[in-house]
Design a protein around this ligand. Structure first.
Ligand code: C2E
Ligand code: CA
Ligand code: CA
Ligand code: CA
Length: 277
């Protein structure tokens, strides 16, 4: 059916034809890549500012393409979300990141593991049972697992959603609101939902401390988080001036090239041991 379908595309206008073909090819390639084990996770360190200790990391997916090399997530995550392929991909990420958390804990490196969860993935009815199963099978410690969700996952603010969040917290997991400030921040839900951390988006950190608007947004986020009893992690911190600005305003943790870039597990582990040794 795929073969004859391919011929049909020739009736479209050439540009659409090409784009549709590219999408289809990418989707097929992505599906195969998941099956063939071409997906890898890189880990980026997070530093707790008060102690200057690396206390966690974020798992970030990459596609190790046999010809194209390391493909960044921006080139396939949006398509994976549109096509639903984010479900098998997200499932793989969840399992791999949990397995890594357990391996590091056994090796005497108990690190918090932040895992990105797509809205579609989070909204599946099977999400909580599936997660429970993965925790059990991998031996990951839920107290060291943090799920990064975006405001998009919280839009349908139903009883069911609140129940799901409560169930996750009851399991010992924590929740972080990713890309904070970039969505339709309906701040009302923050007081109702059990979310422990806000993750200030890099777009607000990039021009700190010089940019007045960004400085105001970062400072306001930190102050609000404090009053709500939430912790804050800033992403995309690249220089000491940004770190100092955030630290002076009570930011709890930072993540960014200043501390370290995302790296494969073995390189991350070697880097961490060097930091500590
Ligand atoms: P994100 O969740 O906001 O992740 C942070 C992104 O900022 C990462 O890009 C990271 O490499 C990059 N970054 C961190 N520190 C710095 C810095 O100091 N400077 C600069 N310029 N960039 C920095 P990456 O790995 O390319 O990921 C891009 C996005 O792809 C992520 O944004 C996330 O939305 C998505 N993504 C990555 N992995 C997964 C995954 O496993 N599942 C899902 N659903 N989405 C993922
Ligand atoms: Ca994230
Ligand atoms: Ca972000
Ligand atoms: Ca500005």
């Amino acid at each position: 059916a795929k073969q004859s379908g391919r011929n049909n595309y020739q009736f479209f206008v050439p540009e659409m034809n090409q784009r549709a073909m590219q999408r289809l090819q990418l989707e097929t390639a992505l599906r195969r890549a998941i099956e063939r084990g071409e997906m890898v996770l890189h880990y980026q360190p997070q530093m707790e500012l008060e102690t200057a200790r690396i206390d966690g990391c974020e798992a970030l997916v990459r596609w190790q393409h046999p010809e194209r090399g390391m493909v960044p997530p921006i080139e396939f995550i949006p398509l994976a979300e549109e096509s639903g392929l984010i479900l098998p991909l997200g499932d793989w990420v969840l399992r791999e990141a949990c397995a890594q958390q357990a391996r590091w804990a056994r090796a005497g490196m108990p690190l918090a593991m932040a895992i990105n969860i797509a809205a579609l993935q989070f909204q599946q009815a099977e999400f909580v049972p599936r997660l429970r199963q993965i925790l059990q099978e991998t031996g990951a410690d839920p107290r060291y697992i943090e799920l990064e969700i975006t405001e998009g996952a919280l839009l349908a603010s139903t009883d069911e959603l609140v129940e799901r969040l409560d169930a996750l917290c009851a399991m010992g997991l924590s929740l972080a609101l990713d890309d904070f400030g970039t969505g339709y921040s309906c701040l009302a839900y923050l007081k109702r939902l059990p979310i422990q951390r806000l993750k200030i988006d890099r777009s607000f950190i990039k021009d700190l401390p010089g940019d007045l608007e960004d400085a105001a947004i970062a400072a306001a986020t930190l102050s609000m988080a404090r009053d709500l009893g939430m912790r804050v992690v800033a992403e995309g911190v690249e220089n000491p001036a940004q770190r100092d600005y955030l630290m002076a305003r009570g930011c709890h943790a930072i993540q960014g090239y200043l501390i370290g870039k995302p790296q494969p597990a073995a390189a991350f582990e070697a880097w961490l041991r060097q930091q500590e040794g």
